[in-house]
Design a protein around this ligand. Structure first.
Ligand SMILES: C[S@@+](CC[C@H](N)C(=O)[O-])C[C@H]1O[C@@H](n2cnc3c(N)ncnc32)[C@H](O)[C@@H]1O
Length: 282
């Protein structure tokens, strides 16, 4: 039997993925590109070349994992966020495009070149690294309770030659005695019993869930934040689309003002921020 060409293999792989992903052809190209070490453009240009047996075997394995719901980014090992190529492993959440809205809000709030910011639950470092890339003068700290996640974030910082201080620990307990102009966080916010979790089994539970209501981590961060913000400092939070009013209430309860919610890319209320006007005692 004739060996398949690269173009045949893409076609076949795309057809196997057609009922499993929204972008079967793109996924097939990216996975074969990973196997052959080729960009999509090169893959298309070399479509007539015969695919070797070993490459075919590796592609079959990757297609099977993709069909079983493993995120594409875990299989290719990378994901672009804020135009930065980030390494991702199953130890970190795959950064979502929606989170770029949080980065944009943070940059809009703080137009100056000097700012101290902490990214709580940094995961792959997506938010911290985006801010560091946009504002080289900022002092950026990234916190995570997962040592494995911080290792991925630190690897990304080295690869991108960006300067971020990484701290291992739980939320603001990881930065005792420190105050910031800006605190940003995309914490876990899915309720333990939410059926949406069934579709997210490949990603770390620590990155997704925080308790029975899903508001537990958000509430903890909001309660801790006044003790770690400078006067006129901002707290910017990503949350679930049904949590905006609960997050707003919590911010008011903890003395925040100028509380506002912004939509994500699909128009859902997903980013809420609040201003801390006075500096309390630690
Ligand atoms: C939703 S993910 C966000 C990852 C990344 N910031 C992003 O937006 O792609 C939440 C992150 O919070 C971390 N996390 C969970 N509990 C934590 C805690 N108590 N203290 C610090 N980080 C925590 C998880 O390990 C995970 O990396």
């Amino acid at each position: 039997m004739a060996m398949p060409t690269i173009a045949d293999a893409v076609k076949q792989a795309a057809s196997s993925l057609s009922s499993h992903t929204e972008s079967p052809r793109l996924d097939a190209q990216l996975l074969l590109g990973k196997v052959l070490g080729l960009s999509r453009t090169s893959l298309i240009a070399r479509g007539d070349e015969v695919l070797g047996q070993e490459a075919e075997r590796q592609l079959t394995g990757l297609i099977s994992q993709r069909a079983h719901g493993v995120p594409l980014a875990y299989l290719t090992g990378s994901r672009e966020f804020w135009s930065l190529p980030l390494s991702v492993t199953p130890d970190v959440l795959v950064p979502r495009p929606e989170t770029e809205c949080l980065v944009q809000q943070a940059l809009d709030l703080m137009p100056g070149e000097i700012c101290s910011v902490v990214d709580l639950g940094t995961g792959s470092g997506a938010i911290a690294l985006s801010l560091a890339s946009e504002r080289p003068g900022w002092r950026v700290t990234g916190v995570d309770v997962s040592a494995q996640a911080l290792a991925v974030a630190a690897r990304n910082a080295r690869a991108l030659e960006l300067s971020v201080t990484w701290r291992l620990g739980s939320w603001l307990d990881a930065v005792p005695g420190e105050r910031f102009d800006l605190i940003v966080a995309n914490p876990p916010y899915i309720a333990d019993s939410d059926p949406a979790l069934l579709k997210l089994t490949a990603e770390p539970a620590l990155a997704l869930t925080s308790g029975p209501t899903g508001l537990e981590s958000l509430a903890l961060i909001i309660a801790q934040a006044p003790q770690h913000l400078l006067a006129q400092g901002w707290l910017v939070l990503e949350h679930g689309s049904t949590q905006a009013s609960a997050v707003t209430q919590l911010l008011w309860q903890h003395g925040f003002s100028a509380v506002r919610t912004f939509p994500d890319l699909s128009g859902k209320p997903r980013i809420t921020l609040g201003l801390h006007t006075t500096q309390g005692t630690l």
